[in-house]
Design a protein around this ligand. Structure first.
Ligand SMILES: Cc1cc2nc3c(=O)[nH]c(=O)nc-3n(C[C@H](O)[C@H](O)[C@H](O)COP(=O)(O)O)c2cc1C
Length: 284
C-alpha cells in the first residue's frame, strides 16, 4: 500500500513534515510513505486556457504538476499537512490547487481516496481559515476527507513538545482507513460534507464554505445545528456531481464562441485605462 504525504512547508524537518511522518508511523497497515514537498516543486500558475478540460486532459505548462498528479493517482491514501501563513494555508497549497482543473479528467481514478489533513499554526487560535483551505483542498482533489485537525507549534519540532499533538496524530492515523466519519453525532457540522466553517447570509441562512451547500443554522437547548437544504446537489460531493461540473465547464467553450464578439466589445472598452507597473523579474 502507498500513502502520499503532501507537505506544505518549505522547512526541512519542520512541524508539517513531522506531522505527516508521525501519522504515517501510527498507521497500523503496512505501507510505503511517498512524500512531496509542495514549495520545492515547480508548479506554474494556471493560464486559464482550459486546454486541460479537453482531449487528453494535459496542461501546456511543463513543470512538476504531472509528477504530483502521478503520485496522487498511485496513492491508496493521502496525508496533507500545511503550515498557517497569515491566517491561511501557505501559498504552496493554493499554487497546486490552482492547477486543479487538470485533475478533472482523472476524477474517475482519483475519486474517493481516503485522506486526512492537519494545519499547523504557531499561535493557538491564530489559524484563521486554514482548516477550511485544507478541507476544501481535499474535496477539490477528489479525495474522501476522513478527518482534519489544527495543531499548534511554532518552532521546528515544537509540535511534539505537546503530548496532545501526538494524540492528534494517532487519531488521524486511525481515521485514515477507518469507518466513514459520523457527522450526525456532530450536528454543528455541515451534514452534507462534515465542514465546520460557515458564512452567515442573514437571519438563520448559512452556507457551508467547504461544499457550498446552503442551509439553516438552528439553536435548540443551547446546541447549534446546521440543516442542509437537501434539494441542493453540489459538485464537490459525488463523482457524478464532479463530472457534471466538468461537462458544464467544457460547455463554456461553445458559450464563449457564441458570445465572442459581444464579450470582446465589453473588454476592449477598458483597454487603455490605468498605468501598469512593469515587472522587474520575469516569471519563468
Ligand atoms: C510567513 C509566516 C506567516 C505565519 N503566519 C502565522 C499565522 O497567521 N498564524 C499562526 O498561528 N502562525 C503563523 N506562522 C507560524 C507557522 O504557522 C508555524 O511556525 C508552523 O509551525 C510552521 O510549520 P512548519 O514547521 O511546518 O513550517 C507563520 C509563519 C510564517 C513563516
Amino acid at each position: 500500500m502507498e500513502i502520499l504525504g503532501l507537505v506544505g512547508s518549505p522547512r526541512k524537518l519542520g512541524n508539517s513534515e513531522l506531522m505527516v511522518k508521525e501519522i504515517s508511523r501510527r498507521i497500523p497497515d503496512p505501507h510505503r510513505l511517498k512524500l512531496v514537498r509542495l514549495p520545492e516543486m515547480d508548479i506554474r500558475p494556471c493560464r486559464a486556457c482550459y486546454t486541460c478540460l479537453f482531449d487528453d486532459h494535459t496542461c501546456p505548462q511543463a513543470d512538476d504538476f504531472p509528477t504530483i498528479l502521478e503520485a496522487l493517482l498511485q496513492a491508496d491514501g493521502l496525508i496533507l499537512a500545511v503550515p498557517v501563513y497569515l491566517l491561511a494555508a501557505n501559498a504552496s497549497l493554493k499554487q497546486f490547487l490552482d492547477r486543479g482543473l487538470s485533475l478533472y479528467g482523472h476524477f474517475e481514478k482519483l475519486w474517493g481516496k481516503p485522506a486526512v489533513a492537519v494545519a499547523i499554526a504557531g499561535i493557538p487560535g491564530m489559524e484563521g481559515y486554514t482548516k477550511l483551505c485544507l478541507d476544501s483542498a481535499l474535496r477539490l482533489m477528489g479525495a474522501r476527507p476522513q478527518a482534519s485537525e489544527v495543531v499548534y507549534g511554532a518552532l521546528p519540532g515544537e509540535v511534539f513538545m505537546n503530548q496532545e499533538n501526538l494524540t492528534t496524530a494517532e487519531k488521524l492515523a486511525k481515521a485514515l482507513f477507518g469507518p466513514p466519519p459520523d457527522w450526525q453525532s456532530e450536528p454543528w457540522r455541515c451534514q452534507a460534507c462534515g465542514g465546520d466553517t460557515f458564512r452567515f447570509l442573514g437571519s438563520e441562512q448559512v452556507r457551508c464554505m467547504t461544499c457550498s451547500s446552503p442551509g439553516m443554522v438552528q439553536i435548540a437547548d443551547g446546541l447549534v445545528s446546521f440543516a442542509v437544504d437537501p434539494s441542493e446537489d453540489h459538485f464537490f460531493l459525488s463523482l457524478e456531481g464532479a463530472l457534471r461540473h466538468l461537462r458544464w465547464l467544457q460547455g463554456m467553450k461553445e458559450r464563449f464562441l457564441a458570445k465572442k464578439g459581444e464579450l470582446k466589445a465589453i473588454c476592449l472598452d477598458y483597454l487603455h485605462e490605468g498605468e501598469w507597473l512593469e515587472p522587474k523579474h520575469k516569471r519563468k
